[in-house]
Design a protein around this ligand. Structure first.
Ligand SMILES: [Zn+2]
Length: 90
């Protein structure tokens, strides 16, 4: 199996939070998070975003305050992703 890279970790993130990864992929991803803080931050930001999104009532407009918080979270996630990309390959 290919070694887990930041790029791969970000790609698998959606499946990870949706609980759709195989056990092997999940373990690889979790061990990557343990040694790669930017990816861990990205994961946490992603989970917060999902949590906030799920709290919204369906078809209701997003309250301005919530939108600001979401944007902050997304911004933090993007920063973490950029930091991860700038890391030299292992
Ligand atoms: Zn990483």
């Amino acid at each position: 199996m290919n070694p887990m890279t930041c790029r791969r970790a970000v790609e698998l993130l959606i499946d990870y939070v949706s609980d759709e990864l195989s056990v092997e992929e999940r373990l690889l991803l979790e061990s990557h998070f343990q040694k790669c803080p930017p990816c861990l931050i990205y994961l946490q930001s992603y989970q917060v975003t999902i949590k906030l999104t799920r709290q919204l009532p369906r078809e209701a407009p997003i309250p301005a305050e919530m939108e600001c918080r979401l944007l902050d979270v997304l911004k933090a996630a993007q920063t973490a992703e950029q930091a991860a990309r700038m890391q030299p390959p292992p």
